[in-house]
Design a protein around this ligand. Structure first.
Ligand code: HEC
Length: 228
């Protein structure tokens, strides 16, 4: 059966509308997240984020799927600089081909927090960058000194960025968290910068190919039209 072009178009549009409606509906009860703009192509931001990670998060959380050598290469550090930035907790025992591991042992963590701080290698894929950005900026301490998180009820993780948050103006703190989230986004997919760059090359190639095939088509049809 042949469907008319209009009918196919109508079908397509209604599919797309139904899909976007269902996406909106499933978001209806989700907490409102603050949006963050990050780019894994911004190496300076990734470097700043890695340093914040190393200083404030690595004490408890590992990135077990990311090696220091890989991170150093992508962040434009030498292997030695990579060790300096990302293995400084290991007192010179960290190797460049090791993963970025915490020095916190599981037993101590269990006693201190009741739960193990999860590995953060894939956290940005699990939660998304907006969630991470909102989570890290949702800690507060009430008058009694009790810490809570507006996004994560009853969170076992302490208010680790409290010192940083107090020492910086709000906009600078937000920017620092954005760098950190950018680094976690990179860590969740180290090939992402290359993939994005490759995407532009592919689009450029297709654009060029389009022009060439169009010229070729004109060339073929010129003869056909002349015969007619
Ligand atoms: C003192 C130890 C400690 C430090 C330092 C720490 N965390 Fe945590 N983190 C935890 C613990 C414990 C949990 C588990 C919380 C829970 O399940 O209630 C956690 C949970 C998390 C989660 C939520 C995981 C999930 O999806 O449920 C994220 C995201 C996170 N941490 C990110 C960070 C980042 C980023 C830093 C650095 C700024 C950091 N953490 C520093 C102990 C720590």
């Amino acid at each position: 059966m042949m469907l008319g072009f209009k009918r196919v178009l109508l079908l397509l549009v209604s599919f797309i509308m139904a899909f976007s409606l269902s996406v909106q509906a499933s978001d209806a009860y989700a907490p409102k997240l603050d949006q963050v703009k990050t780019s894994v192509l911004d190496t300076a931001s990734l470097q700043r984020g890695a340093d914040i990670y190393a200083q404030y998060c690595m004490g408890c959380h590992s990135l077990k799927y990311l090696r220091v050598s890989r991170a150093a290469r992508d962040l434009e550090w030498t292997p030695e600089e990579g060790i300096g930035h990302l293995q400084y907790l290991r007192d010179g025992k960290g190797k460049v081909h090791d993963a970025i591991l915490t020095t916190l042992d599981a037993q101590t963590a269990k006693v201190a927090f009741g739960v193990l701080p999860p590995d953060l290698s894939l956290e940005a894929r699990l939660r998304g960058t907006d969630w991470l950005y909102t989570f890290l900026r949702s800690y507060e301490r009430d008058a009694q000194g009790k810490v809570s998180n507006r996004l994560f009820d009853g969170v076992a993780m302490p208010f680790v960025l409290e010192g940083l948050q107090k020492s910086l103006p709000p906009a600078a703190f937000d920017a620092a968290v954005a760098d950190l989230v950018n680094f976690l986004d990179y860590a969740a997919e180290p090939a992402k910068p290359i993939r994005l760059m490759l995407g532009w090359w592919v689009l450029g190639f297709l654009a060029l190919l389009f022009v060439l095939t169009y010229l070729l088509k004109k060339e073929f049809w010129r003869d056909v039209k002349h015969q007619a």
